[in-house]
Design a protein around this ligand. Structure first.
Ligand code: ATP
Length: 817
């Protein structure tokens, strides 16, 4: 039977040891302080916060419902999100394994990598084609039925029939879309924030599972058919990532299937690179833009780049592009013609050119600034709506009702716009007369047509309809309605993408702007509503998602007009800069809202004064090179930490040094404030209070998963084993059975630890450790003093707590709970 010991701070104190730093005040007086340290009884709450399990309760989870007050105070960090191990473990055992790999092995790894990328590209395209066909055919059927009932209608009452059919269709599909999120909650939304976090080292539970892929594809199909203002492009990017994560591993934990193929890729950093390739393929399949796919993977995803990886992005994207085109042209009966651009076809702009850069550029700039402002407002309002949703819509039936409500509201919106488009003429006349009148009036028919199709097809109408097709009032209404409905829909419990609705909103605003210009400046022939719609669409998307570089590529490639490139870039830059003044992108706002410990590209501004000793955690749970299996088990049982520094044990007969005192706020009387800010450790020394407590001389780092595997494979008394069979789902220590006899068996941990794991000096500040973490995507960094003794440990969550938010004029560093 497993004997699990209670959490005993005494153990820590006995580990708090070690070599006396030469010249340091390791005197007898300190021994008294050890007693204080030994009796130190941490509060339950403090233990839970530090990952240690209190004696009689389990670790507390933060309240999933956060309130606006907390949001204003800077959110919180959700303890449920763990990090991925992107650092390669160069332990003796792994090095020995690498030496066995011959040059033949290197070639076969290269070949397998290329093959895996090819499979990812091809399968992502097949998914895109299947999704596209399913949506197109169902939409044709749905809108065909509604349209025929509308045209046959002969009286006012009869208007109820097509709209009831429309409503019934929408509600039925809305329920399916909702059910997919109910079955697999991580399939909510576009999935881009989750993929972004995954690529940047945060493990999002179930984000890249097969079940998520199925839920996402069925869900997004149902969401589009439910008439919601959503697109399939964002979810397609997530789907590419899931396909990559699954097929690059040659095994599936969900299907309980393991093959000998791609065995070498069963590591977090290898999988991350494939997932980045999958996102590139997803973008490419969604927009028909191989360049956009590569740029998206660089801009939003890839956290560690090298030339080989860039080539893999290009290879996967290109393959996805070619397969998609071939498949679509084959299905539509014109094989080899390469007519179709991707899931999102912007249609051809023919010979369109920018005629007058001065006025035209100025007009696009103003439009971009306005839509950038709307983008920032969108993010701010959507965050508030999401918070209210979390606070009030806590049960599944309520959440489902909201989805149904939005779906029904979309039908009402269409009805209202159609009625307004019909002008006063329609009142009092039969619907048949109205529709026939519509037929005679292209403006009205265009509006009705625009609404009776998928959002992608609607976008094409806005981009390519003749000047004068859409009257001012209906197109303005469409822009405002779509903006409001998209705002309401994003983060609704359905799979959905925000690209298409943002593009449609922006295109409607762009057209509205153009119609206004035509009305006031009729002699200006450069005012082309189609071009305004395109630049408006780009600006709105830039203001919401802020991915200026990849979006420029995506839109230039999707629209097929290379000459628009510089102006599109200009529009993206303006809308992004304007929106960035107020808040961050929609994806980043939701990442923060979920408390995901994602580190931004740069450390928070004005954080130079924050010393590492303020950021780190202490006391540190450490392991020794030689331990008994029972001690290892008890350590794992007493805390939830995932990384343990390996330190030298106290030498026999050596006095425990150390726990001089619990970390103090050093600046009290004789040290200046500035001194204390630079480094509490240094200030404490200056103030004559001696160094911070340490926990032994640093040797390397071991992960919890490694320790559990060692226990599982019973690596006692010199027995060695190369373990990585359980990746990615390592067992818990509770699944390991230790007999009474086994508890006293010795384990030699040195061959398994990572001796090259990064450490940081106590004198470093927050920006320094942040830069190291961000650049190397680390998970744990022990903090050492001048004698290489561990005094603390820093993890991603410790750093992610330091944030800078709010509008640019009030942006400063703050620490979140
Ligand atoms: P991850 O979340 O990346 O899996 P982890 O579980 O080891 O890593 P966190 O959950 O990030 O660690 O850490 C929670 C808190 O515990 C942090 O404040 C961190 O500094 C602290 N911590 C982590 N490892 C140790 C350790 N070995 N001893 C003491 N404190 C630790």
């Amino acid at each position: 039977m497993n004997r699990s010991r209670r959490y005993e701070p005494l153990d820590d104190a006995s580990q708090v040891v070690a070599d006396e730093p030469p010249g340091a005040a390791a005197s007898a007086a300190l021994v008294q302080d050890v007693a204080v340290s030994v009796n130190y009884e941490p509060e339950d709450e403090e233990l839970a916060g530090k990952g240690c399990r209190p004696r009689s309760s389990s670790v507390r989870r933060p309240d999933p419902i956060i309130h606006e007050k907390q949001l204003k105070a800077g959110h919180y960090i959700n303890a449920e999100y763990e990090s991925l191990d992107y650092e390669v473990v160069h332990s003796d055992m792994n090095i020995r394994h690498q030496l066995i790999v011959s040059s033949y092995g290197t070639v076969s790894t290269w070949f397998s990598r290329t093959l895996a990328c090819a499979i990812i590209g091809v399968l992502t395209s097949f998914c895109a084609v299947a999704l596209s066909l399913a949506i197109d055919h169902t939409a044709e059927g749905k809108f065909g039925v509604i349209r025929s009932y509308m045209l046959d209608c002969t009286g006012w009452r009869c208007l109820a029939v097509p709209f009831s059919i429309w409503l019934a269709f929408n509600l039925a599909f809305a329920v399916i879309a909702f059910l997919m999120v109910y079955i697999e909650p991580v399939s909510i939304g576009s999935g881009i924030p989750q993929v972004k976090c995954y690529l940047n080292g945060v493990k999002i539970p179930r984000c890249v599972r097969l079940r998520t892929l199925v839920a996402k594809l069925i869900g997004v199909y149902a969401s589009v058919m439910a008439g919601l203002p959503v697109g399939k492009e964002g979810p397609m990017i997530h789907s590419g990532a899931v396909i990559a994560a699954g097929f690059s591993q040659g095994k599936s934990s969900s299907l309980k299937f393991t093959s000998p193929f791609f065995k070498n890729f069963r590591e977090d950093h290898e999988k991350r690179d494939f997932v980045a390739c999958g996102t590139a393929a997803g973008v490419c399949a969604a927009f028909g833009s191989p360049g956009g796919g590569v740029m998206f993977a660089i801009e939003e995803g890839a956290s560690s780049l090298h030339q080989d990886l860039l080539w893999r992005f290009l290879f996967t994207s290109f393959l996805a592009f070619m397969v998609l085109k071939e498949a679509l042209t084959y299905i539509y009966g014109q094989p080899g013609h390469l007519l179709f651009t991707g899931l999102l076809d912007f249609g051809s702009f023919g010979q369109a050119r920018i005629s007058s850069l001065g006025y035209e550029g100025l007009a696009y700039g103003l439009l971009a600034a306005f839509l950038g402002l709307l983008g920032a407002l969108f993010v701010a309002l959507n965050v508030r709506i999401s918070l209210m949703r979390r606070r009030y819509l806590t049960s599944w039936p309520l959440r489902c009702s909201e989805v149904l409500l939005v779906s029904a509201a979309m039908v009402l919106m269409a009805l209202h716009i159609i009625m307004v488009s019909g002008d006063a003429n329609m009142y009092g006349s039969s619907i048949n007369t109205y529709i026939r009148r519509c037929k005679m009036t292209p403006d009205v028919l265009a509006m009705t047509d625009m609404l009776l199709q998928t959002p992608e097809a609607g976008l094409r109408s806005l981009l390519h309809a003749e000047s004068g097709t859409f009257p001012l009032v209906p197109v303005g209404m469409l822009a405002v309605y779509y903006y409001v409905m998209t705002l309401w829909t994003y983060a609704l419990p359905v799979p959905s993408g925000v690209f298409i609705p943002s593009l449609v909103t922006g295109a409607a605003f762009g057209r509205f702007f153009a119609v206004l210009l035509i009305a006031y400046l009729p002699e200006q022939d450069w005012v082309d509503p189609g071009k305004f719609a395109l630049f408006g669409a780009a600006a709105m998307l830039g203001g919401v998602v802020r991915m200026a570089i990849s979006l420029t590529f995506i839109i230039v490639e999707a629209a097929g007009v290379i000459s628009f490139g510089p102006l599109l870039m200009f529009v993206f830059i303006i809308s992004k800069y304007v929106a960035d003044c107020f808040n961050e992108s929609l994806y980043d706002a939701h990442i923060e809202l979920d408390g995901i410990p994602l580190l931004s590209w740069r450390p928070p501004p004005q954080s130079e004064h924050v010393s590492i000793t303020k950021v780190m955690s202490a006391p540190v749970r450490v392991v020794h090179p030689q331990m008994t299996a029972g001690d290892v088990y008890d350590l794992l049982d007493s805390c939830t930490h995932n990384g343990f520094p390996v330190v030298d044990p106290p030498k026999p007969g050596q006095k425990p040094s150390v726990a001089v005192r619990p970390p103090v706020e050093p600046c009290q009387s004789d040290c200046s404030d500035d001194e204390a800010r630079v480094s509490p450790a240094r200030a404490a020394e200056t103030a004559g209070r001696g160094p911070l407590p340490h926990y032994g001389r640093y040797r390397g780092l071991l992960l919890r998963s490694q320790l559990v595997e060692l226990l599982k494979y019973k690596v006692y008394d010199g027995k060695t084993v190369l373990y990585n069979d359980d990746y990615p789902r390592y067992p818990s220590h509770k699944e390991v059975h230790l007999s009474e006899g086994e508890r006293d068996m010795r384990m030699s941990l040195l061959p398994y630890m990572n001796p090259g794991c990064m450490v940081i000096m106590e004198s470093a500040n927050l920006p320094r450790v942040y830069a190291v973490f961000r650049a190397l995507l680390l998970r744990h960094v022990p903090v050492v003093n001048h004698y290489n003794q561990v005094i603390g440990i820093v993890t991603r969550k410790d750093l992610a707590r330091y944030r800078a938010g709010g509008p640019i004029w009030r942006r400063s560093v703050h620490r979140v709970p």
